[in-house]
Each structure stands twice: as C-alpha cells, then as structure tokens.
Ligand binder design. Structure first.
Ligand SMILES: Nc1ncnc2c1ncn2[C@@H]1O[C@H](COP(=O)(O)OP(=O)(O)OP(=O)(O)O)[C@@H](O)[C@H]1O
Ligand SMILES: [Mg+2]
Length: 476
C-alpha cells in the first residue's frame, strides 16, 4: 500500500477542489523513475507491476489513501493579474515522506478537467510530458533545485493541439505546489484567515527553522523565500537555463524549478536570449530572470502586508528592506558562482572585472556558454580555446588560478546540458517510433552532466544555426 498523507487537505476547502482524474482509454507506462520511486519507498507497494503503475499514474486507479484534488491559485502572467487559475489539468494525489522524512507532493499533470480548467481540455500531449521528465531530471543532476518526474504514462487518447497528438500523463514530485500565486489567491479575495493559515503551513513545511510564533514571521518568511529564489536564479544562470514563463503561478515558494512548459537552454552566451514564442518583449530573457524574481517576490510581499501590520504603511516599511536586499545578496551569490566557474574560490573586485570581460567577449564572439567553460576547465595548463583577441584575458586568468581551481571548475561547469535541438529530436523520435529508447539514451548522459561517458559526445554539439530559429511554446 502507498503511504499517502494529505496535510494540504487539512487546510480546508477554500484551498482546493476535490476532483478525481478522468480515466483514459489505454494507459501504458512509458517512463518510470526507479531511483525516485526507491527514494519515496514506492517500489515495494508497486512491486514492479507495470500495469498497476500505468493504472495509478494515468489516474485510472486511485490508490488507497489518496485524496485527489486540484489546487487553487492565481498568478501574474506576463505582469497581468489572472485571479482565477488553479490546477486546470493536474491532480494532487497526496503527499509521501521519503526515506529521510522529507515531504513530497505526488501530482498527476494532464489527468483531465477540473473546476479550474477554463477553456482547456485538462490534457497534456506526449511531447511536453516527456520534455518535463527529461528536463527536470537533467536539472536535478546539474544540481539545480527542481521538481522531478516519477512517470510518464501514454493515455491512448488523442489530444488536439495545432495537430492531433498522442496524449500522456506525467507524474510530478515537488517539495510542494505552493506558488506565489497561491498567496495571491487568498490576498485578492481578502480571505485573511486562509492567508494566515497558508503562511503558517508554508513555514512548517519549507522553513521549519523559522519561529511560527514570532511576531515578524511574515517578514522572516519573505526573507527565506527570497534567499531560495536567489539560490535558484544563480543555479539557472550557472547552467544556462531559461525558464521561459516565470509567472508568479510558476514560482514555487520552496525555491524549486517548476513548470517546464516553454523552457530552454542558452547556446551562445547573450543575456537577452529568449526562445519562447509568446515572450515578444524579452520579459523572461536569460539575463532578466533575477529581475523578474524580485518582481515576483514583490507580488508575494504585497500579499503579506495584512499579515505584517494592520497599518499598511508600517507593514510596507517592514517588508521593503527585505526586497531591497535582493540586489546585493544576488550580486554576491552570482559573482561567487561565476568565480567558481572560473576556478576562483574567493573573488576580489579584480576578479569581477575578469568575469565581466570574459562574458563581454563571449557575447561579442557568440561563444557557446557551456562549451566555453568546459574548454576553459581543460585549458588550465594548456592553450587558450578562446579567440586571439582574448589572449591577454587568458593569460591574466591563468595567472589567477589556484591549486583547487580545476576541481572547482569541474564541479561547476557541466560537460553536457539538455540542448534544445537534441531534446527536440529526442521528442520527435519518441513520438514517431513509439519507443522511449531515445529518451532513455539522452537521460543516461544527462544523469552524469559533470563527467563524460561513452555517449556524452553525441549530445555536446551546439545547433548548427546556434538556435537562431529555435522557439518554444506554452500551454501544450
Ligand atoms: N490543457 C489544459 N487544460 C486545462 N488547463 C490548462 C491546460 N494547460 C494549461 N492549463 C492551465 O493554465 C494555467 C497556466 O498554464 P501553465 O502552462 O503555466 O501551467 P501548466 O504547465 O499546466 O502547469 P504547472 O504550472 O502546474 O506545471 C494553469 O492554471 C494550468 O493548469
Ligand atoms: Mg504553470
């Protein structure tokens, strides 16, 4: 038996709608994350029974102890408030404790309509389900805080997008699904009781080190969420990740990456890199992500105002310094990370110049972000892999290196990332052949992104056109 617990359900009816997944015609298990299943102690109860796994993780069979629900949340989408979002195609089955006692949500995505579906069909196409699985797995092994996937189950039903696609349900595991938009849901409805209960719950679940009885707990909470967002942004910037749709409904309080809809990896270094077809203004461009994180945190701070002080002005005066601290704290964390990418453990003012100069050259020469740092890692005692105009920079950098530099660089510079064109061709191959072998092959490589295995070289190459024409799409 799966040992579900349902702590979120205890928050009460204003937080969700109880709703069962809609059954599918012919569930068949495509991907199964054995290590994750093991970590969640699921393996014994499922006994490697693929039919049972397919039945449960398509939504056809509700496991005992599960309390299936769609969660309520709002969200600022591209800066505009959408008060009425919520899980329109997802069902939280319940929570599981892993071997270390950490609590995780088990959620189906693509599992049918809910009261929050609006015009949507509640479904997910196979390609995006596989994409979410592969990308989140890659991020996890790159060392980026992220939700993960346990399974992808084909439904046997068509989904209607720009063309007819095979449908799938993806099972997501996350530290929780509390989003900034969850706070917004209650704040804009002026439901202070629920808002306050949500804050208490989020503190217990994600920040147990904070004192839930402290008078200033909302401020301490904002500070803790902000710290996790800084860690997340720095991790994204380290590996070249572009989330693509950093709306407040896609920003988890836990600080994990969630929603891999239109995400992509940057090829050639340029802070303005955008691949999402709907992000015409570059709001969610690679280098703009930290700015958006602050923007999103400001929306969270607004929700917290009534919990800080009945005097709005005083509440704002207490919350504002936390938001204002982002810039300096992020700056420190960012340059420290970039220093590590260059093998420098403790960076100085001069090192900052060294970092910025390199980035400028990479931008003007359109150098590949991942390949350049990987090559630098291997050129510590060798020749420069950079264009001749960077020779002076290269000499300065080499002179700055320390005994631990190479190990530091190896730990911070992946040898392989889930490159856009490789991911797309894997998804296409899976869709056309009906086999998941191409996905399993790339996953094997992406699960050791800091060391080269036999197949790594097949996935290291940049796209011929440097992704100039690459586009990602939302709502798939
Ligand atoms: N096919 C669909 N049917 C119903 N609702 C949908 C569908 N696709 C997206 N939505 C809803 O639209 C909103 C925005 O979608 P978005 O693409 O950000 O999220 P998502 O990928 O579905 O889910 P998540 O953020 O949980 O990963 C969400 O409320 C989502 O539930
Ligand atoms: Mg979303």
């Amino acid at each position: 038996m799966i040992k579900f617990t349902n702590s979120y359900a205890q928050l009460g009816e204003s937080f969700f709608e109880r709703i069962l997944p809609t059954p599918v015609t012919a569930p068949s298990l495509l991907l199964w994350n054995d290590t994750l299943a093991e970590q969640l102690e699921l393996s014994n109860s499922l006994r490697g029974d693929q039919q049972l796994q397919a039945a449960i993780f398509s939504g056809n069979q509700l496991p005992e102890g599960s309390d299936s629900m769609a969660l309520a949340y709002s969200g600022h989408q591209f800066g505009q408030l959408n008060p009425q979002l919520g899980d329109g195609r997802a069902h939280l089955l319940g929570e599981l404790l892993d071997k270390q006692g950490r609590r995780f949500d088990i959620q189906l995505k693509g599992s049918g309509r809910t009261p929050y579906s609006r015009q949507g069909d509640g479904r997910c196409a196979l390609g995006p389900a596989l994409r979410e699985y592969i990308m989140s797995e890659a991020m996890y092994f790159l060392g980026v805080p992220t939700s993960r996937c346990l399974a992808v189950v084909a439904t046997g039903d068509p989904v209607y997008r720009e063309s007819v696609k095979p449908g799938a349900v993806v099972t997501r595991i996350a530290a929780s699904h509390i989003r900034i938009g969850t706070f917004t849901w209650f704040a804009i409805r002026k439901d202070l009781e629920s808002l306050s209960a949500l804050l208490d719950y989020a503190i217990v679940r994600h920040f147990p080190e904070l004192d839930n009885n402290a008078e200033n707990k909302a401020i301490a909470f904002l500070d803790a969420v902000l710290e996790r967002q800084i860690t997340l942004m720095v991790a994204w910037l380290r590996v070249g990740f572009i989330h693509g749709v950093m709306n407040t409904d896609n920003t988890a309080i836990s600080g994990e990456t969630i929603d891999f809809g239109p995400c992509a990896m940057m090829g050639s270094y340029h802070p303005a890199t955008v691949y999402s077809s709907i992000d015409t203004q570059g709001r969610y461009a690679f280098g703009n992500q930290p700015n958006i994180a602050v923007w999103n945190l400001t929306r969270l701070a607004e929700c917290l105002i009534p919990l800080v002080n009945t005097e709005e002005k005083q509440a704002i005066a207490s919350l504002e310094p936390v938001l204002l601290s982002f810039s300096e704290r992020f700056d420190q964390a960012y340059f420290s990370m970039m220093g590590a990418k260059l093998g420098i453990a403790e960076i100085t003012e001069q090192d900052r110049v060294l970092i910025e100069t390199l980035l400028e050259s990479m931008q003007s020469h359109e150098l590949d972000y991942t390949q350049t740092f990987h090559q630098l890692t291997h050129s510590i005692k060798g020749n420069s892999p950079l264009p001749d105009s960077c020779n002076e920079w290269f000499a300065q950098w080499q002179a700055r290196l320390e005994p631990g530099s190479q190990a530091l660089m190896q730990a911070n510079n992946p040898v392989v990332i889930p490159r856009n064109h490789h991911i797309e061709s894997v998804l296409k191959a899976c869709e056309e052949s009906g086999s998941t072998a191409p996905a399993e092959n790339i996953l094997e490589v992406l699960r050791s992104p800091y060391s080269e295995i036999a197949a790594t070289k097949d996935y290291q190459g940049a796209a011929e056109d440097k992704d100039a024409s690459y586009q990602t799409f939302c709502g798939t």
